[in-house]
Write a protein that binds this ligand. Structure first.
Ligand code: FHN
Length: 557
């Protein structure tokens, strides 16, 4: 296990074969959809301290509000979630079509949501509640056939002496101490507890590896071995790669090919409950997001932030119920799926299982003809929403397949067409894929322009270090009608490209196809199609040397 290539993993862990690795990951890959739960005593202040609304995410209120340790600990006395019902929570997840749950056993505030023997700062000993929700949830998940996982903040701990704090300690008399002592006396023993006391734990979700080194990360390794089948994310730190990448609050524009990954996301703007955060994503958006993620080969870990009474907020429950209705009809296109063969579909997304393709149509075509950039013959095609499985007729014409569909969409958000095809899919490729490209400058031989077109998330084009502008150019084999661009920028938080233009060459002149400010890791945009052979990303302003993991240009019909 954990042999993903990091030096640490190679040194310290029993190697597993590719087959063993695949077998361990199998349930997780099949699941595609899970529930993240951020629950702690931060749900008592719920975003307000000393009469003031504290900006930022709810579970960070102690840090952002610089609340003294003893003052924050008082919230534990008010935390009495008498309405908590593990079976009810698990049913909400199950009815949404979720296959696993990951809950905060201890967040950065240091408060354990389980009955810990290591620290009395826990839900059983420090609150009037006197129950262990982790134990109750384990039992409820087991009953319902839902996999159970735990989040644990291994480095940041704003309560126990020596724990790390992003931005530094604000209550030094209570917080200062040795980080190594904290790891030895609190974090490692607590991880041992959660991996021993609750039966099989399917996922361990570490977070924010502040101050973690290889040596410090290694302290956790023997403990992880207590659960040989456990899946561990990539946030332990110290070079430990773990089993999965964890894009947070975004869907990587071109997926993360060759890696297992999971987008974690909030439904509003906070993980932990905030009484006044009403900025909810719509259910339509969330349904399209799960299809988008599955079409790129990832899992969706969607968060809920229960209240201090133990209730999942109604807007979350409503959205999950709507997702569940969609999943009841269409989950065949999600569970166990892999990415579809297309680089881009103007009307939606596609997933695949062997010779089955699932077309997720977000924008139903006017005129009853769906254009798919696929050359294969179709054996059978029907709508998953159609119980009679009435066959849809199809026609192949060169690069394009036309499916004759009913005049109106069965589902205005995401109608899925299930389609069996003959042979391996032959789909229209992005004409920029695999090209060598050209660039204004490079930071060295490892950062050439070709790295932005190689489909690999581990390589990138990077301009020379002193550059704050520059261009990245690509020439296709022949002119193509381009109407969409995906980009993945590689820049640290708050850094990167601030102004750019995507241009195409018309004779000797560069003309704009698309203009924008930031790019980030989830850039996917349509523009008025242009027929051209050479395109370039012209970076006009950047705070650092521009760097692009992937630039993909797509053909439209
Ligand atoms: O700081 C945390 C945050 O509170 C939340 O838990 C998210 C979930 O992925 N992780 C951290 C930020 O990356």
């Amino acid at each position: 296990m954990f042999c993903a290539g990091a030096a640490l993993a190679q040194q310290s862990l029993v190697q597993e074969t590719k087959e063993q690795h695949e077998a361990r990951m199998a349930w997780w890959k099949d699941a595609r959809f899970g529930m993240f739960i951020h629950w702690g005593i931060y749900s008592v202040p719920a975003g307000t301290y000393d009469g003031k609304q504290i900006p930022g995410i709810g579970e960070w209120i102690m840090n952002r509000g610089k609340i003294p340790v003893a003052r924050y600990a008082e919230y534990a006395k008010e935390f009495n979630p008498v309405e908590f019902n593990a079976d009810a929570w698990v049913n909400i997840a199950k009815n949404a079509g979720m296959k696993y749950i990951v809950i905060t056993s201890k967040h950065h505030d240091g408060f354990a949501m389980f009955h810990s023997e290591t620290s009395s700062y826990n839900i059983y000993d420090a609150t009037p509640f006197k129950r262990d929700p982790i134990a109750e949830l384990t039992a409820a998940c087991k009953k319902a056939g839902i996999r159970f996982g735990l989040y644990y903040s291994q480095a940041q701990d704003w309560h126990h002496r020596g724990g790390a704090a992003n931005g530094g300690h604000w209550d030094p008399a209570a917080q200062d101490g040795s980080f190594d002592d904290y790891l030895d006396k609190i974090a490692v023993p607590q991880v041992r507890e959660i991996l021993t006391k609750y039966g099989p734990i399917s996922v361990l979700w570490f977070d924010t590896p502040t101050n973690m080194t290889k040596e410090r990360a290694e302290k956790f390794i023997p403990v992880l071995k207590l659960q040989p089948q456990i899946i561990v994310n990539n946030r332990l730190g110290g070079g430990f790669e773990g089993d999965l990448s964890t894009p947070e609050q975004y869907i990587p524009a071109t997926g993360i090919p060759g890696k297992d990954w999971e987008t974690c996301m909030t439904m509003n703007d906070t993980w932990g409950y905030k009484s006044y955060d009403d900025h909810w994503k719509s259910s339509d958006d969330l349904i399209q997001k799960i299809s988008d993620i599955a079409s790129k080969g990832g899992n969706f870990l969607l968060n809920v932030g229960p209240t201090s009474k133990g209730v999942i907020p109604q807007p979350s429950v409503d959205r999950l119920a709507t997702m569940g209705k969609w999943m009841k009809v269409n989950s065949e296109a999600i569970y166990g799926s892999s990415p579809g063969p297309f680089s881009y579909l103007q009307w939606g997304r596609a997933t695949r299982k062997g010779d089955m393709l699932y077309l997720h149509v977000f924008n139903w075509p006017a005129g009853g003809k769906l254009k798919v950039p696929l050359q294969n013959k179709v054996t059978t095609a029907y709508l998953l929403a159609d119980a009679s499985k009435k066959k849809l007729s199809t026609k192949n014409e060169g690069d394009w397949l036309t499916i004759n569909v009913p005049a109106t969409a069965p589902d205005s958000v995401d109608s899925v067409i299930s389609m069996r095809i003959e042979g391996a899919p032959v789909a229209l490729k992005s004409p920029s894929a695999g090209k060598s490209g050209a660039a204004s400058s490079t930071a060295g031989p490892d950062f050439g322009p070709e790295k932005a077109f190689d489909g690999s998330p581990d390589s990138r084009w990077k301009a020379a270090g002193d550059q704050r502008s520059g261009w990245l150019e690509v020439t296709f084999d022949k002119p193509a009608k381009i109407g969409h661009a995906s980009m993945v920028e590689n820049a640290g938080r708050g850094q990167g490209i601030r102004k750019f233009r995507l241009e195409y060459k018309d004779g000797s002149e560069w003309k704009p196809a698309l203009e924008g400010t930031t790019i980030g890791r989830a850039f996917s945009k349509e523009f008025t199609p242009v027929v051209a052979e050479t395109f370039r990303l012209n970076v006009l302003e950047s705070t650092v040397a521009p760097q692009i993991d992937e630039l993909q240009l797509d053909i439209v019909p």
